[in-house]
Design a binder for this molecule. Sequence first.
Ligand SMILES: *Cc1c(COP(=O)(O)O)cnc(C)c1O
Length: 229
Amino acid sequence: MTEFTQRYQQLKAQIRQFEIQYHRQQNSVSLLAVSKSHSSELILALYQESQQDFAESYLQESLDKISALSDKDITWHYIGALQTNKIRDIAHHFDWVQTVSRLKEAQLLSEHRSITQSPLNICIQVKLDDNPKKTGIPLAQVPDLVNSILDLPKLNLRGLMCLPPFTEEFDMQRKYFSLMRTLFEKIKPGLSIDTLSMGMTHDFEAAIAEGSTMVRIGTGLFGQRQKHG
Ligand SMILES: *Cc1c(COP(=O)(O)O)cnc(C)c1O
């Protein structure tokens, strides 16, 4: 085992440990490997350890990797910005898009998903502060967006995602995530949604404590990223 795959196995064990510690069901938290800015060789190494879900943020770079690994049974998640001119490629090449925060984006994703493909899995990105520079939809507007997305034929709404304001303080992290959990429980009745995508390298313990079903880990798995661009 290399140092890298060992880190992967340790991270998985840590997630299982937090499930026990916070009275979560066993295997109810999945690991999304955030591979943005890392090579397809590293992705392949994790795939061979049976990691199936990978997330990317930069379209061009991700299309190269998706193409290089096209013979592998990988589930690709898009977690980057949804510029209009990129939506067509994103709708074609990804299995999930976790950063939908406006109806227009959802409509375009549905339009561009081809007839022969299964519906695109979607998470709505929720904003937990009122910083106008941040992406995401305010909590109060989520129920309306949920209803509109349910009408779109080529989308399969799976749940909610968030990137909370940065804090190292565990209790503050939990506070943000508990807002998400409350919202998730509120919109869930009658819907077949199953995904609460929250928790990154610095806050995934708090996220698991508050009901996350998917943690998105980059740095804690691959190490530091080169700055993109
Ligand atoms: C980069 C990124 C992550 C991973 O962050 P780390 O701190 O490296 O674990 C998770 N979610 C989103 C939306 C990201 O852009």
